[in-house]
Design a protein around this ligand. Structure first.
Ligand code: 5GP
Ligand code: ZN
Length: 142
């Protein structure tokens, strides 16, 4: 995956505004920020989706997200944070290297919540959808 842009940023082969780093993860500012301090957090090792993310990468990645969440709020006096993952083309994933977005939010910034991303409510009841999911998950209704 030598042509992967985020692998290259992870290896410092191309520059980025780094705001956090440890042995396994890198946090850097998005090149097209949707908000002041819009940050991308990656595992340095390539994987495409949360499904592919190895167990051992989970803790460092979310520890970095937690650290940056607090730092961004303090540094930029943000009022909140939208934390998101675009997974798959249908969800708008443009860079096929798993990453978290941290978007600092400010009162009256004109943005919306994650509920504003899609409007595709199911035709089935939520009980029917839940049954479909539990069948694959192999669990019964508690
Ligand atoms: P997604 O894949 O979740 O849609 O978003 C990828 C994000 O990476 C975009 O917000 C885009 O602006 C950012 N991005 C793409 N290429 C680069 C780059 O070379 N440097 C930096 N800092 N950000 C990038
Ligand atoms: Zn990669």
């Amino acid at each position: 995956m030598s042509e992967c842009i985020f692998c290259k940023i992870g290896k410092k082969e191309i520059p980025a505004e780094v705001v956090g780093e440890d042995a396994r993860t890198l946090a850097f500012l998005d090149i097209h920020p949707k908000a002041p301090g819009h940050t991308v957090i990656i595992p340095k090792a390539h994987c495409e989706t949360l499904i592919d993310l190895p167990e051992e990468e989970m803790r460092p990645l979310f520890a970095m997200a937690k650290r940056l969440d607090e730092i961004l709020v303090r540094a930029l006096r943000a009022d909140g944070m939208t934390i998101g993952i675009n997974q798959g083309k249908a969800a708008g994933q443009a860079v096929p290297h798993f990453h978290l977005h941290l978007m600092p939010r400010f009162a009256g910034d004109g943005g919306s919540s994650v509920h504003g991303i899609v409007l595709n409510p199911p035709r089935e009841t939520i009980a029917e959808i839940a049954a479909q999911i539990r069948k694959v998950a192999g669990i019964n209704q508690p």
